[in-house]
Write a protein that binds this ligand. Structure first.
Ligand SMILES: [Mg+2]
Length: 168
């Protein structure tokens, strides 16, 4: 079922971490490349299903259809593997910008800001690690901690926080 997402003029770019934000594993340790697609699903070299949080494709599709830009900020060292999964899962057509490499996420968000032409105060960032949230708050990116993977509920809570932060 399609779920409601608010379209906010001041909000341009929605940025997601990968591991434990869009999918429930660390791509550098929990799945083994090379990956392949068979029908609707993607598997690793051992035939294990590559899972993702179930609402993620619908979230990306809905955000894109509303005119939001979508970015990825991941500090994984498994750069090729992460990109391969994004392609095999067929999520790339919803994703505008990607920054995937180890390091502090201030760098990732700075590059995403440059790529997209968005200011930091036009971005929401979702990540499961508190250390990244703390870093991004230093540059005033509205940052939301993800506890159990992305859901429409959390997305809307994030947009509400963005609106409230602006009003205060
Ligand atoms: Mg993560």
């Amino acid at each position: 079922m399609a779920q409601m997402i608010q379209k906010i003029d001041d909000l341009k770019l929605i940025v997601f971490d990968l591991d434990y934000t869009l999918w429930p594993f660390w791509v550098d340790t929990h799945v083994t490349p090379p990956f392949h697609r068979n029908g609707k699903y993607v598997y690793d070299v051992h035939g294990a299903l590559v899972k993702y949080y179930p609402e993620v494709p619908a979230i990306l599709e809905r955000l894109k259809s509303l005119g939001y830009m979508i970015g990825i900020a991941s500090r994984t060292s498994a750069i090729q593997e992460a990109n391969d999964l994004l392609q095999l899962l067929k999520w790339n057509h919803w994703i505008d910008y990607k920054q995937i490499y180890p390091g502090c996420k201030i760098q990732h968000l700075t590059q995403l800001s440059k790529q997209s032409g968005c200011q930091f105060d036009q971005i929401i960032f979702f990540d499961d690690e508190q250390r990244n949230i703390i870093d991004l708050k230093r540059i005033n990116v509205c940052s939301i901690l993800v506890n159990n993977g992305m859901t429409f509920k959390l997305l809307n809570e994030g947009i509400d926080k963005f609106i409230n932060d602006k009003a205060n």
